[in-house]
Design a protein around this ligand. Structure first.
Ligand code: ASP
Ligand code: MG
Length: 438
């Protein structure tokens, strides 16, 4: 069985949704995982934010505006009166549900139910589209099998057991449709795998059933060797390893949710990134092997904050860094880059939520300096520590850019640098010119 996940832009317009049909039609047996129509989850987030701030009227207006947009999609999506009518009913049932939460009973648990409506609608609409086109499929609700545990981590065992049980009900079906992103939590409530989590769903399902391949369909031909939004000349990377892909996805390449690499890697299932606008293109293939290359790709991650902690108590002491890390742990704040000297340590985080509390606690250990608006530049390539000669090229390329942290030797596949966000575009272009001769 193959998994094919289609993202928001691949289902965002009626003609795009229709263009998925020929892509799945030739498949022996496939699980189709869908995101919400592009922009929908953002609108649903805005609705819940309006509810949090007590502006119910505006939430109603937003909900109705979104409802009208969906009715327009329905008009274009289906060609027969019966399906147009059913489509409108489907859309109304979801927006009535949202309307009811908005006016009557908003709580934290319902926030997640609000966010779930996007994927519930896209899959409902797509399933109907297949039916109208006389293509057999079944819609298996993700809420029946996708689950996270108390720590918010997917429960792989539960998912495998329950998805297989669901599948066993439809031994004859070749096309299974389900929602990305949404799940239940340890208490059985509706929850989700965090923004962009549909890729993660695809990978978790792929691992659960030992799929032959996991395909992630977007509107770009795969991983690029640099960020096409900021750099003119970029190239598609045709083959990349799980490790390299994980670094790129984590450090800024928007095409793939970073968590989605792990389940596939653990079961050694190839992941293929494909473009719905250019389905003939082979895309990027992610597997456990990859040819070594001096420089494969560059990615940038914004919104980074750096903490610089300095303390004489660190001098020849042991256990100091543990105390520092415990503070980040206490606030459930993951750490990205770390560099140390004998009396100081610099640490970056991408989650600004507890910066002040963390700063307060760190001050018990020494002096603390914080700088926001930083960017991590990650260069993926062959950085095995026994090699010579690769790092100097990077430093030469960037000799006009102040480098604030350098992390080398943590991974044989990457080097990370911290720079000011205002220098990002210049840095990406310089690296493109020097490392990729472009
Ligand atoms: N619809 C969700 C989001 O926008 C999940 C996804 O698209 O992957 O974050
Ligand atoms: Mg995505």
């Amino acid at each position: 069985m193959k998994i094919m996940k289609f993202g928001g832009t691949s289902v965002g317009k009626p003609e795009r949704m229709k263009s998925i049909i020929p892509l799945i039609r030739g498949e022996e047996s496939v699980v189709v995982v869908l995101s919400a129509l592009s922009g929908t989850t953002n609108s649903l987030v805005e609705i819940s934010e309006l509810l949090y701030s007590g502006t119910k009227d505006q939430a109603v207006v937003k909900n109705e505006a979104l409802r009208s947009k969906y009715h327009e999609v329905v008009e274009e999506l289906y060609s027969t009166d019966t399906f147009v009518k059913e489509g409108h009913e489907l859309v109304n049932s979801h927006f009535d549900f949202l309307g009811d939460i908005i006016t009557n009973s908003f709580t934290k648990v319902q926030e997640k139910a609000i966010l779930a409506q996007g994927e519930l609608m896209s899959t409902g609409m797509f399933h109907k589209l297949l039916t109208e086109n006389n293509i057999r499929s079944v819609l298996i609700p993700a809420l029946n099998f996708m689950r996270i545990d108390k720590d918010g981590e997917p429960d792989a065992f539960y998912i495998a057991e329950n998805f297989s049980r669901e599948l066993a009900n439809y031994p004859e079906e070749k096309i299974i449709v389900t929602q990305g992103f949404i799940c239940r939590n340890a208490y059985g409530e509706i929850d989700n795998l965090k923004r962009g989590g549909s890729d993660f769903t695809a990978s978790l399902i792929g691992a659960a059933i030992n799929a032959s391949e996991i395909q992630i369909w977007t509107d770009i031909n795969g991983f690029h060797n640099n960020d096409p939004r900021f750099v003119g000349e970029t190239k598609v990377i045709r083959e990349i390893s799980f490790d390299e892909a994980a670094e790129l996805a984590y450090f800024g390449a928007k095409i793939l949710h970073p968590s989605s690499v792990n389940p596939a890697r653990e079961k050694n299932i190839p992941v293929r990134l494909k473009n719905t606008m250019d389905p003939q293109d082979e895309g990027t293939l992610i597997t456990s092997v990859s040819a070594l290359q001096d420089y494969k790709a560059v990615a940038a991650k914004d919104g980074i904050t750096v903490f610089r902690i300095k303390s004489d108590r660190m001098l020849m002491a042991y256990g100091f860094i543990r105390k520092v890390f415990e503070i980040f742990e206490a606030y459930k704040t993951p750490v990205d880059m770390v560099t140390t000297s004998e009396v100081s340590v610099s640490i970056t985080v991408d989650n600004p939520r507890f910066i002040q509390q963390i700063e307060q606690d760190l001050k018990e250990l020494g002096s603390v300096e914080i700088e926001e608006n930083q960017t991590i530049i990650c260069i993926v390539g062959d950085f095995r520590t026994e090699r010579t000669g690769s790092a100097p090229e990077i430093f030469e390329a960037l000799n006009t850019i102040p480098l604030k942290m350098i992390s080398y030797g943590g991974s044989p596949h990457s080097i990370s640098l911290l720079i000011d966000s205002k220098d990002k575009i210049a840095a990406l272009n310089l690296l493109n010119k020097y490392l990729f001769d472009q």
